[in-house]
Design a protein around this ligand. Structure first.
Ligand code: AMP
Length: 420
């Protein structure tokens, strides 16, 4: 019986893998430009980390975790997100005692047992950044500017950035009570999930995907109206910094991160038109998380971008995929294969992307193959070339052919590639 990849997972095949390289390069370069360095954490962690670090009332923890018991009876979970692991690493290595802020980025697969559809997988990839150790609104602005810079570099112009503040533990506590009182009389109109969680976590009702829940609570008091002076000021400073730096956003009262350790700034980016799952990324400030992970009271802020969804939004990769090989060595007669391989090795050792055929294709089929690989130049090696000790170089665009001596071939090819 044929074994297939598990539901919600997929293979990244060439040429698509070059799209991933391209995306990863932009992500890494932009993060470095802003002073963020890479952290790599394990793909699985103790289940408890996510129960505490993501929150027990979330869908991620309640319904979507890949949890298993290992041979030593430990409960482990494939990471559903990256922030909790970063907070754990910060505490485990006592980095909060060092030079602050600690600025990290991560890139890698995440796992959630979710219903697969366009843009939603069970193994998917996230790029994220985390900045620990600063409560300044300007670092909130920095991570948002970094996010927007990534989208700009990818040429994604039609994004929508939503912004809100969810306050601090003090003003949110008051707000929670207000919201619970507002929701209680209409609780029977809520979806079963919201009905069971609104007492414990009323903010989750605001970002419920169920339209009926939104209708039931229409006209609800906003968190913005309940912010304390300090939180209001923080939010105003973030907004001003974004305005000053040319970042456009929309204040969104519905945008909440419904967990206790999320504080102040919350944001989300959508790209309309990539399918029902239009959220490409989200993040916010989580001043209570490091403490929740057993560390001191260290503030933090970050975001995660869904890489599959970014790639869905990018569809202009044709040029990129064609640029596989710069030079193709076409051996016209089988007995000269060994010479062809030597030329190929010389080219590659000189840093030139070169390839040849290994399946005995006819000269005509080799030219077609060279074209498919995107070769700009083809080195032809036939009887005339071998007997008279030269090489023919064909420019695939102009169709011009020139004779070049063996000794000059590398320099010649380099010059030609520079001008083409
Ligand atoms: P979250 O950690 O839920 O805020 O997710 C951050 C981003 O990761 C989302 O905006 C999506 O772009 C992406 N994402 C989350 N879950 C999935 C999934 N199951 N499949 C693909 N991308 C996802």
């Amino acid at each position: 019986m044929q074994v297939k990849a598990p539901r919600g997972t997929y293979d990244i095949l060439p040429p698509d893998s070059s799209k991933w390289h391209y995306l990863e390069k932009i992500l890494r370069e932009t993060a470095a430009l802003f002073g963020y360095r890479e952290i790599r954490t394990p793909v699985f962690e103790h289940t408890e980390l996510f129960e505490r670090g993501v929150g027990e009332s979330t869908d991620i923890v309640n319904k979507e975790m890949y949890t298993f018991i290992d041979k030593s009876e430990r409960s482990l979970t494939l990471r559903p997100e990256g922030t909790a692991s970063c907070a754990r690493a910060l505490v485990e290595h006592s980095l909060y005692n060092g030079l602050l802020p600690v600025k990290w980025y991560y890139i890698g697969p995440m796992f959630r047992y979710d219903r697969p559809e366009t843009g939603r997988f069970r193994q998917f990839h996230q790029f994220g950044v985390e900045a620990f150790g600063s409560n300044s609104p300007y670092i909130d602005a920095e991570v948002i500017i970094l996010l927007v810079e990534i989208l700009n570099k990818l040429g994604l112009k039609n994004y929508e950035l939503h912004l809100n503040s969810v306050g601090c533990s003090v003003c949110r506590k008051e707000y929670r009570e207000k919201l619970i009182s507002y929701i209680t009389p209409v609780k029977d109109r809520l979806c079963p999930d919201c009905r069971s969680r609104y007492q414990k976590n009323p903010l989750r009702v605001l970002d419920c995907k169920n339209e009926a829940c939104h209708q039931a609570i229409a006209g609800y008091p906003t968190i913005y109206d309940s912010l304390c002076d300090e939180c209001r000021e923080h939010y105003a400073s973030v907004r001003k910094a974004l305005d000053d730096n040319g970042v456009s956003y929309k204040h969104d009262d519905n945008l909440v991160r419904g967990l206790d350790y999320y504080t102040n700034t919350a944001f989300e980016v959508h790209i309309p038109g990539i399918g029902a799952q239009s959220a490409v990324g989200g993040g916010g400030r989580y001043n209570g998380l490091v403490k929740e992970c057993g560390g001191p009271d260290v503030p933090g802020i970050g975001f995660a971008l869904g890489m599959e969804r970014l790639l869905l939004a990018l569809d202009n990769f044709d040029d990129l995929n064609k640029r596989m090989t710069d030079v193709f060595v076409a051996v016209m007669e089988g007995q000269y294969e060994d010479i062809g391989v030597k030329i190929l090795t010389d080219l590659r050792r000189a840093g030139i992307r070169a390839d040849k055929d290994y399946t005995g294709k006819s000269p005509k089929a080799q030219m077609k193959y060279a074209d498919k690989l995107g070769a700009k130049l083809v080195i032809l090696l036939g009887e005339d070339e071998v007997k008279n000790r030269f090489l023919t170089v064909r420019n695939m665009k102009t169709k011009e052919q020139v004779k070049v001596g063996h000794d000059e071939i590398i320099d010649f090819i380099k010059r030609e590639l520079e001008v083409s």
